[in-house]
Design a protein around this ligand. Structure first.
Ligand SMILES: [Zn+2]
Length: 86
């Protein structure tokens, strides 16, 4: 994830796209990450194993990636929990 611009929120933002050069409102795509795993493990440890799958589908527990709606350019991401593996 190095080199990726970080955002402090996953709300859509108005940005000028460097690829298609249009001013756009970013679209947000969610993907599960370390925070989803942490929430899932926490749910298991408190006896809610049946709900452990939920963080992998709930946007609040996932990382958000901000894209250009026209060309799909990735502006950056809101990573909730970053574990450096370099
Ligand atoms: Zn674009």
């Amino acid at each position: 994830m190095s080199g990726l611009k970080r955002y402090y929120s996953d709300l859509p933002k108005k940005r000028k796209c460097p690829k298609c050069e249009k001013t756009v409102r970013t679209t947000v795509r969610y993907k599960w990450g370390w925070f989803s795993c942490l929430v899932s493990c926490t749910l298991c440890s408190i006896g809610c194993c049946c709900s452990a799958w939920m963080p992998f589908f709930a946007p609040d527990a996932q990382d958000a990636f901000l894209h250009c709606p026209d060309c799909g350019h990735l502006f950056g991401a809101h990573i909730k929990l970053d574990i450096c593996v370099d």
